[in-house]
Design a protein around this ligand. Structure first.
Ligand SMILES: [Zn+2]
Length: 260
């Protein structure tokens, strides 16, 4: 069984929610894997703790998987890495496709993280830093990658920059517990791939994202196992044709079905 903590449900421009992100947990071992790291990440977790009465925090999430490098999905990574270095004192492991991780340092982090003052004076000694000084890295290749007790498969989506959907299987289980679309245009082949999982979490939004009316035309059996994320602030979550994830909720998915 896989426990899914819904830490954020909003899109890139949301004024109501935190940006879309999930924390996966394998209850038997307590192993946690964060999927994406939105801006103000410590507050995302603090708000989640309040809503859910759980203890999710930067010091007990050692693994972070980035689906892609848009700011709403990775904008909290600098704060996460700094907190892990200076407060927690333990390197986390970053996971992602090579095409995603290769751009992380140069494209998102280097400007704010490559120099550290070792003393509190401008002419004091400095240390030059690289991404590997802050974290370990594990590339998600084709096929299944073990991450703790989880097996994670990735598949590229239709998006502006390299972006991966993921399927997550708890080791020893016959089928994936979760398929998560990440950001994507409507892609029937991707949905078929995700639908091997017990639970499908799919994005929806305007523009080059997946229109809700196309998801609403999917077979009932699929829609019953689907939950929406990355939806616009204007979506009426009580009347949507597919159930919307609610920020702060916990879902369990596995061979016994889906339990909210
Ligand atoms: Zn995106």
């Amino acid at each position: 069984m896989l426990r899914i903590h819904v830490t954020g449900v909003g899109d890139a421009f949301t004024e109501r929610y935190h940006n879309a992100s999930l924390c996966l947990e394998e209850p038997a071992s307590g192993f946690r894997l964060m999927i994406d790291c939105p801006p103000a990440f410590p507050r995302v977790l603090a708000d989640y703790r309040k809503a859910s009465c759980t203890d999710l925090a930067v010091d007990n999430i050692d693994h972070l998987l980035l689906t892609h490098l848009h700011g709403d999905h990775c904008g909290g990574t600098e704060a996460y890495l700094y907190l892990r270095r200076f407060v927690v004192g333990k390197k986390p492991v970053l996971h992602g496709a090579r095409e995603v991780l290769d751009g992380l340092w140069e494209g998102r982090l280097r400007g704010g993280m490559e120099e550290l003052l070792l003393e509190g004076r401008a002419d004091g000694p400095r240390r030059h830093m690289e991404l590997d000084d802050y974290c370990e890295r594990q590339v998600l290749g084709p096929g299944a990658t073990p991450i703790g007790p989880l097996l994670v498969e990735r598949r590229f989506t239709i998006h502006h920059i390299p972006t991966t959907a993921v399927r997550v299987t708890v080791a020893g289980q016959p089928r994936p517990a979760l398929g998560y679309s990440a950001d994507t245009a409507f892609d029937p082949d991707l949905i078929a791939w995700l639908s091997e999982a017990e639970l499908i979490i799919h994005e929806t939004n305007f523009g080059v994202h997946t229109p809700l009316h196309l998801l609403a035309e999917l077979p009932q059996e699929l829609r019953a196992r689907m939950r929406l994320i990355h939806y616009p602030d204007t979506l009426d979550v009580d009347c949507a044709p597919i159930r919307c994830l609610r920020q702060g909720e916990v879902i369990e998915a596995g061979s016994a079905g889906i339990r909210a």
